[in-house]
Design a protein around this ligand. Structure first.
Ligand code: SF4
Ligand code: SF4
Length: 356
């Protein structure tokens, strides 16, 4: 015994009753069949660390803290309401000094607003706009650089929403990878810089931001579109000479953290033929920085949905998070698939374009 560590919130940690209902929902457990790779197994490890029975830096325990996708698929099914997402963040927060250097580099880059400005200066994301209402568009850090068309599409559909190109990062990457305090400070700062309602196009950012500044201030794009129908009516888009067959890849944090899934389906069903995949809610392997740090494991996680995607005669897969966007593009390219990947914002912009 090395004594109590106090790493985890005791009430949250003790809430697990060990029923195992979460096991079938966990992508890493489904891949390995190993109890240690399950939510219940990881909670057992956390309890052993908390009790000082094993060291925080124990290699097997560290591996499990990193193998977890932090997708939170284990939360909605848990009868005891265990907030697993908080526990994994606390675990990683304590183990941060042992994290791979790649995470430090990415997190440090987005922590500085000037880095974002520099990167974003060369990509054409949404233009500066001071709207006439108290609603701001969050640009995201990686999204504004990797997928600038997403914010441009929102601006095309909703020209009244304010856009501040000098906004910083919400800190989700930091919080998910073990810098809890920094992640919270950054979210609070963004909330101060963008007063009023913040419209987001990134599921992971939405969940993190809402957890810090309050759910009532954070509105994900599909929620906003459902309550603020675009001025131009949604119309059906076509691909390959037919109404497009469109599937959805949910964002784990959006679905499991904020419960946002139905509004996305409602909108997509208005723009094409909705093909609701059985695996739509399962993690695609992106999981924040997971696919960068553990590309082989991320590839295996995606493989669990590959057959269903290729057998569904799809034209488009819609995403609502930049990590999923990148992961799906990468994985579909591996199989030389011609299925198009589009962000919901891009689909709405296309659906409402060029109409009287
Ligand atoms: S479902 Fe909840 S209570 Fe049951 S084992 Fe999983 S985390 Fe524990
Ligand atoms: S967060 Fe996802 S990968 Fe991690 S234990 Fe829960 S279901 Fe499994």
């Amino acid at each position: 015994m090395t004594g109590q560590t106090g790493i985890f919130d005791a009430e949250t940690l003790n809430a697990c009753i060990g029923c195992g209902y979460c096991l079938p929902t966990c992508p890493t457990y489904r891949l390995t069949g190993d109890e240690a790779s399950s939510p219940r197994g990881r909670i057992t490890l956390m309890r052993a660390i908390q009790a000082g029975e094993i060291e925080l830096g124990d290699p097997a325990a560290m591996e499990q803290s990193q193998e977890c996708l932090a997708c939170r698929a284990c939360e909605p099914v848990c009868p005891a309401g265990v907030q697993y997402g908080s526990l994994i963040e606390q675990w990683r927060d304590a183990g941060w000094k042992r994290m791979p250097i790649k995470v430090f580099a990415a997190a440090a880059a987005v922590r500085r607003t000037w880095t974002l400005r520099l990167g974003a200066a060369v990509v054409p994301h949404a233009r500066t706009h001071r709207g006439d209402n108290d609603t701001h568009l969050m640009l995201g850090c990686f999204e504004r650089i990797l997928f600038p068309k997403v914010s441009r599409s929102v601006q095309q559909t909703y020209p009244d929403i304010s856009v501040d190109p000098n906004q910083g990062c919400c800190g989700a990457l930091h919080a998910h990878n073990g810098e809890l305090q920094t992640g919270e400070d950054m979210a609070r700062q963004l909330g101060d810089d963008l007063p009023g309602t913040i419209v987001t196009t990134a599921g992971g950012c939405a969940a993190h931001l809402a957890s810090v500044i309050g759910r009532e201030r954070v509105v994900e794009l599909s929620e906003y579109a459902a309550s603020h129908p675009p001025k131009r009516k949604l119309s059906q888009i076509t691909r390959n000479g037919r109404v497009a067959r469109i599937a959805i890849q949910d964002s784990c944090h959006l679905r499991n953290g904020l419960g946002v899934a139905d509004t996305i389906r409602f909108l997509v069903s208005r723009m094409g033929t909705l093909v609701d995949l059985r695996t739509a809610g399962d993690c695609c392997g992106a999981a924040g920085s997971y696919s960068l740090l553990r590309p082989e494991a991320a590839h295996r996680v995606f493989d669990a949905k590959r057959n269903e995607i290729s057998d569904s005669d799809l034209d488009v897969i819609v995403v609502v998070n930049p990590g999923c966007y990148r992961q799906l593009k990468t994985e579909l390219a591996v199989g030389a698939s011609d299925i198009e990947v589009l962000h919901l914002a891009e689909l709405i912009a296309e659906s409402t374009a060029d109409q009287p």
